[in-house]
Design a protein around this ligand. Structure first.
Ligand code: SF4
Length: 447
């Protein structure tokens, strides 16, 4: 980001029309300077200003979108070397390799693995998104794979060195906006023409960074913007170094020719899945855009998904659960009501303990902006009047016949204030630790 918010503001229309969803042009300019919005959201910016701003406001690593719909993968767009400096924006896409040498049973299993290995965690669905379809000489089978992939929602990487076969594959799968892999020094003109004709992103494969730079410059001159780079290294140490060099060159030295997300191939770097997974985990941390794996198994994919979630979660924003009343274990009008905060970790620990207890419970989750009970209480967000107001508007009292509310032990100090706010309810102080909830619930009596 080259310009400050004020410099950007000077180039905006200053009409404060609000069409960008920001109340003022200044607010929009500040958000743009912080890479929190896109220039395209202001429809009134002049062509001249747009030219100045699009260069200045573009992230040093170009965002590239592959696929459509729920499994669309957006990569690149990063602005920092280290997550703690700000955040990483776009998590790497995880792909499984499917080739034209595999038998139909194996192909089915691989397509099926993307839906088989999906995990719900902290309210999010963790899953891989991509299939990498590789042509190695059997054109008809490869084109069959493309047709098969189009019947699934997953994003597609088309891998062939032959532009004529790639064209046939694109005729079948163009609506899925696949990644074309890949242009080399020998075929970049033909592949560049395909990327333009079908409006699909293009992967560039060079023998080392010098050749990659040369290729991206040549393709940029042809008008290709959405590129993904592969410097061809398939050894662990050098491959890792290469990712760091590309990221540093794009961010610190402003080398535009390397300002693209990368594609990596752990599947070509190890002969067993666990080693491959370790390599992939290094690439999740630094700085792959796409990671192509030879296979997905639960024990290899789940840790990668979890690692990816952790690294690509904004460290400045706590994870939250939606405010509301959560029925657990089929509660009825005699079931106890517990209240907690909406910090995701608290919610999942508390709800897990309640589930384990097998006691039917209404769990009221109050929006504390992602703060834990203690912190929210100290910040004045989980106190008598706020909890009281939430309970009144939540409608929970219509679902129960008893008049009791259980608050966390750590919030015992709000008991008096809360009883004043909720005169009809008896407020009970529950355990301080979630682990003690099951034993506490066993003593529950509605009457
Ligand atoms: S849409 Fe453009 S002109 Fe309107 S408020 Fe936003 S930045 Fe200003």
């Amino acid at each position: 980001m080259g310009l400050t918010g004020i410099q950007i503001f000077k180039l905006l229309p200053k009409t404060n029309c609000g069409e960008c969803k920001y109340p003022t042009c200044l607010a929009f300019a500040m958000a743009l300077a912080g890479a929190k919005t896109e220039l395209a959201l202001c429809p009134h910016v002049s062509a001249e200003a747009q030219e100045q701003l699009s260069d200045a406001s573009a992230p040093p690593i170009r965002p590239v979108t592959i696929g459509t719909g729920d499994y669309e993968v957006k990569i690149g767009g990063e602005t920092v070397l280290f997550r703690h400096e700000k955040t990483f924006f776009n998590k790497p896409g995880l792909a499984i390799l499917i080739t034209d040498t595999m038998d139909s049973g194996e192909i089915e299993r691989r397509f099926g693995s993307l839906s088989l290995f999906q995990y719900e965690r902290v309210g999010l669905m963790l899953r891989a998104e991509m299939v990498a379809l590789k042509e190695t000489g059997n054109k008809e089978k490869f084109l069959g794979l493309v047709k098969q992939a189009c019947a699934h929602p997953y994003s597609i990487i088309l891998m062939s060195a032959d532009p004529s076969i790639m064209k046939e594959a694109l005729d079948i799968g163009k609506d899925k906006k696949p990644l074309i892999y890949g242009a080399t020094i020998d075929n970049y003109e033909a592949f560049g023409a395909l990327a333009k004709e079908y409006a699909c992103p293009l992967a560039v494969k060079g023998a080392g960074l010098d050749e990659v730079t040369d290729l991206t410059e040549k393709l940029a001159a042809m008008g290709i913007k959405d590129m993904v780079i592969d410097a061809s290294t398939r050894t662990v140490k050098e491959g890792f170094e290469e990712q760091v060099i590309i990221r540093r060159a794009a961010l610190l030295s402003k080398v535009k020719a390397l300002g693209f997300p990368t594609i990596t191939f752990p599947c070509e770097m190890a002969d067993d899945l666990m080693k491959e997974t370790l390599i992939a985990s290094a690439y999740v941390a630094k700085y792959a855009g796409i990671i192509v794996m030879s296979d997905f198994q639960g024990e290899s994919l789940f840790p990668l998904l979890l690692q990816r979630l952790n690294i690509y979660t904004d460290p400045q924003r706590p994870m939250t659960t939606q405010e509301g009343i959560y029925p657990i274990n089929n509660p009825d009008e005699t079931s106890p009501v517990l209240i907690t905060c909406n910090f995701s970790l608290t919610y999942f620990i508390v709800s897990g303990e309640i589930e384990n207890s097998r006691v039917p419970v209404w769990l009221a989750v109050m929006d504390t902006e992602g703060l834990s009970v203690m912190t929210a209480w100290a910040a004045g967000k989980f106190v008598g009047d706020t909890v009281g107001a939430f309970i009144k508007k939540s409608g929970i009292t219509d679902k129960i016949t008893h008049k009791k509310l259980i608050i966390p032990g750590y919030a015992a100090a709000i008991l008096g204030d809360l009883e004043e706010e909720l005169p009809g309810l008896e407020v009970l102080v529950g355990p301080r630790e979630a682990a003690h909830i099951p034993a506490y619930l066993k003593m529950w009596k509605a009457g």
